[in-house]
Design a protein around this ligand. Structure first.
Ligand SMILES: NC(=O)c1ccc[n+]([C@@H]2O[C@H](COP(=O)([O-])OP(=O)(O)OC[C@H]3O[C@@H](n4cnc5c(N)ncnc54)[C@H](OP(=O)(O)O)[C@@H]3O)[C@@H](O)[C@H]2O)c1
Length: 371
């Protein structure tokens, strides 16, 4: 029996037990109180809720198959995992980031997992040489630097995507960079480049891509934004990272409301730690690479599994989802109810990070000298 069918069956059985149980309790209460018993549609809602959460819901395959998906930050980590997952499920993908070699290798991985129909389309598209001749290409590698959000390169990229892929269905704003230094030790130019990569870049690309999304070939355009738990809570040693992610939250909440008129949904995801190179690539206060794998990052979520969950959330039309352990979700929730308690915990964490950074700094200097 297929996994989906089995889980549906499980869902139905669970549902019968729950709704039967609740009906029985209701009958019992009614008979004790000697009053008639009415069953309202609560049970139906429960039924639908349980079925939706257990079934594959609006299918991730339907969401991705045949769609044109543009993923930024596709050279590494979560973006790479999302690109491979989208290609595996029949999407035609545009891969953007700065590292061309890494993008080329992700392209090969995408082509290797793409269903035969899309690989064939790609092969015939390649044999036709020019990218403008190939509106059915499976994978398009197009390097983009988020820092160059205002030099016209994004408009040129949009024109190329239109010519090569024939349109755009899903834009995934994923590229990002983190920081590892205290606010005082972080130069303003680092703050600015983090804001450019994590905020102005995605904003400019989204603006440039909107006209493509409005002409979505599948007529079901979608924007996915990879934010962070730090788009809801500011951790110490991450001031500009947290600021850029908070800015993303506000911008895309506001844009979601506007785009409801065009029926372009926006799904913002707020992951906790993910097992990627984010901390290795993070910037120090002087703009150098931090180049250390944090323990928290190393123990983080598996990017491949998270990629599936993100597409599932978008397929289900979720507006925002937090993919994080219980303590992070609780802190986000409690921040609005008992902020002083949450701020006290965050302060303690920041003090520890500030104390620990001294040995970290000297360890890094030592590694540098050895090299
Ligand atoms: N890892 C975590 O713990 C974690 C937690 C929550 C949220 N996130 C978010 O997840 C997203 C993906 O990060 P990751 O964890 O997969 O880290 P990663 O492995 O370091 O990947 C970051 C990606 O962003 C790209 N990028 C960085 N600067 C860029 C620029 N100026 N222009 C274009 N692309 C740029 C990188 O490619 P190039 O260097 O080739 O340009 C790379 O593909 C980020 O938005 C991050 O904030 C990560």
């Amino acid at each position: 029996m297929r996994r989906g069918t089995r889980s549906n069956l499980g869902a139905v059985l669970l549902l019968l037990v729950i709704s039967g149980g609740s009906a029985f309790v209701k009958l019992l209460k009614a008979s004790v109180a000697r009053r008639p018993c009415h069953f309202r549609c609560t049970n139906h809602r429960l039924v639908m809720g349980i079925l939706l959460s257990f079934s594959n819901g609006p299918s991730i395959d339907n969401f991705l198959d045949g769609k044109v998906v543009w993923i930024t930050g596709a050279s590494s980590g979560l973006g790479k995992a999302m690109a491979i997952e989208a290609a595996r499920r029949g999407a035609r993908v545009i891969l953007s980031a700065r590292s061309i070699d890494k993008l080329k290798s992700v392209e090969q991985e995408c082509l290797a997992v793409a269903p035969l129909k899309t690989s064939n389309a790609s092969r015939s598209a390649r044999s036709r040489c020019s990218s403008s001749d190939a509106p059915s290409a499976t994978v398009l590698v197009h390097p983009l630097d988020m820092l160059r959000y205002d030099d016209g390169s994004f408009d040129a990229a949009v024109a190329l995507v239109l010519g090569t892929m024939g349109g755009l269905d899903i834009l995934v704003n994923n590229a990002g960079v983190s920081t590892r230094s205290s606010a005082e030790e972080t130069s303003l130019s680092v703050d600015q480049s983090v804001m450019a990569t994590n905020f102005f870049g995605p904003v400019a690309l989204t603006k440039a891509a909107l006209r493509l999304l409005r002409q979505s070939p599948s007529r079901s355009p979608h924007i996915v934004v990879v934010n962070s738990v730090q788009g809801k809570l500011g951790l110490g040693m991450r001031t500009s990272y947290a600021a850029s992610k908070h800015a993303l939250t506000g911008y895309f909440d506001s844009l979601r409301a506007e785009l409801s008129l065009d029926s372009i949904p926006v799904t913002t995801v707020f992951p906790g730690y993910i097992r990627t190179d984010l901390s290795l690539n993070a910037l120090t206060g002087r703009g150098e690479k931090y180049a250390q794998m944090d323990e928290t990052t190393a123990k983080g979520l598996d990017p491949t599994r998270l990629a599936v969950k993100i597409f599932q959330a978008a397929a289900a039309g979720k507006q925002e989802v937090i993919f994080a352990p219980f303590d992070a979700r609780a802190a986000i929730y409690l921040r609005n109810i008992i902020p002083h308690v949450v701020f006290r915990i965050l302060a303690r964490k920041a003090q520890k990070a500030l104390r620990d950074r001294i040995p970290n700094e000297s360890r890094r200097e030592e590694t540098k000298k050895k090299k």
